[in-house]
Design a protein around this ligand. Structure first.
Ligand SMILES: CC(C)(COP(=O)(O)OP(=O)(O)OC[C@H]1O[C@@H](n2cnc3c(N)ncnc32)[C@H](O)[C@@H]1OP(=O)(O)O)[C@@H](O)C(=O)NCCC(=O)NCCS
Length: 165
């Protein structure tokens, strides 16, 4: 769908009109029991905020983040519709967050989610912490100054690939 209509891409603040479509997208990308799905479902309740990407009024992606920290923004959920990936939409959504006056952005990523890890690395994030468990999670961080270069980077071995109907 997007291939012919990238010029029609709009990014706006996430509001109640687009929230149901974002929720559908979150369910397909992460599943209903996931924290990423719950973050979208509860985005109005918890001082969260977000942006939605639409093409001709169809929701093709979204980002939801924690709006409480003064220095750090935490990405709680980010997804682009499967058939609209690799066309820059995820990067544009992230860019809205990067433009906010915060020093750093963090996001937790499942060790099996290779797509997200590759995406985040290209966007200047580095894995700085491992949460051990099954599965393991990596904490990725992007600092405005030096792009987390002073933090000890965790050696994330990317082994497996971890989701529009
Ligand atoms: C991660 C995600 C949001 C990326 O969205 P996207 O719109 O495809 O990302 P972009 O098109 O902006 O990608 C920018 C760059 O990141 C890298 N990248 C993104 N996805 C990649 C992949 N699957 N494999 C390799 N590199 C990838 C590429 O360098 C890409 O540039 P290129 O297409 O010119 O090579 C999307 O894959 C997604 O929704 N995944 C499922 C949900 C998810 O895992 N969310 C967690 C996000 S932290």
């Amino acid at each position: 769908m997007l291939t012919q209509s990238i010029h029609d891409l709009r990014i706006n603040q996430l509001g109640s009109t687009s929230a149901p479509a974002c929720l559908g997208l979150a369910e397909r990308a992460f599943g209903k029991d996931s924290p990423q799905f719950q973050a979208v479902r509860d985005f109005t309740k918890e001082k969260r905020a977000g942006y939605v990407a639409t093409i001709r009024r169809f929701v093709v992606g979204f980002i939801v983040y924690d709006n409480r920290g003064r220095d750090t923004a935490q990405i709680l959920s980010l997804a682009v519709h499967k058939s609209d990936r690799r066309q820059g939409i995820g990067g544009l959504l992230l860019d809205r967050l990067i433009r906010l006056p915060r020093r750093e952005i963090v996001v937790r990523v499942d060790e099996r989610n290779l797509d997200a890890q590759l995406f985040l690395r290209v966007q200047g994030f580095r894995a700085v912490e491992i949460e051990h468990g099954t599965p393991e999670f990596y904490l990725f961080k992007r600092s405005k100054v030096g792009v987390a270069s002073t933090a000890t980077e965790v050696n994330t071995e990317i082994h497996t690939v971890g989701a529009r109907q």
